[in-house]
Design a protein around this ligand. Sequence first.
Ligand SMILES: [Zn+2]
Length: 255
Amino acid sequence: MVLLTNIPARNPGTLTGPGNNTWLLDGAHPTLIDAGVGHPEHLEELSRHLAGRALSRVLVTHGHPDHSSGVPALRERWPAVDVHRWPSPDASACVPLRDGEQVPAGDLVLEVVHTPGHAADHVCFWEPRSRGLFCGDMMTATTTIMVPPAARGGSLREYLASLQRLAALGPAVAWPGHGPVITDPVGRIAEYLAHRAERERQVLACLNDGVTDLDGIVARVYADTPPALWPAARLTVEALLEKLGKFGRDVVGGL
Ligand SMILES: [Zn+2]
C-alpha cells in the first residue's frame, strides 16, 4: 500500500490551474515530491501530516518555480532535509539525480526517469510495485502541456521521446504536478501524441497557405483557446517549428 497524500501548494493561477500538487510519501523516509512555492499554509499542512517527525527528503521533478521555489522554506523548517534534483546551474546545493537511480521514499524505492522536453532537467519518479508514476509536468488529466522552445529549455522532439519512454513503462496510474490523478496514463499519452501530430498538421497547413508569422499561426491554430493562454501557445508553436526545422527560416517572430 502506498501512503500517499496530496499537499496542495496553494498557488492557483493562469498556468498552474488550481495550483500545484506536492505528494507526500509517508513512512520510514517521509518524502515530498516537488517543493511547492513556500506558502505558509502548505508548510503547515505538511507539518500536521508529519506530526513532529522531520521531512527526510524532497524530490524535485524540475526547476520551474512552481515546483522548486519552495525549497528554501522547506530547508528552513526541516534543516536536515535532503533535496534531490537533476543537475543544473541553479541546483548546486542539491543532491544530483541520475537516470535509473533508486531513491528511498516513504517505505518505497523510486526509480529516476529522465524525461527532458518540457524542461531540460525534468525527471519522473517510477514506483514499480504499484506501477505508479510521479509525472511532474509531463502530463495532466485535463490539459495539454506547454513545451517551450530551446531558448527556454524545451524541446518538442525530446518531449515526444520522453512520452514514448513513459508509455513503455506501462504505468497504471500517474500522480501529476497539476490537477487530478491520471487513471489511464498510457491512454493519456496516446491522446497527447495524437494531439501533437494534429497540431503539426495544422501548422504545416498554415505554412502551405502562406501564414508565416508566429502570431498569425497562433491566432489560426489556437482560435478556440482563450487569448490569455496565447503567450504559452506561442512558445509551443515556436517549439513545434524548431522540431520541423522551420523556425527562423520559413517563419519569423518569436522571443
Ligand atoms: Zn513546468
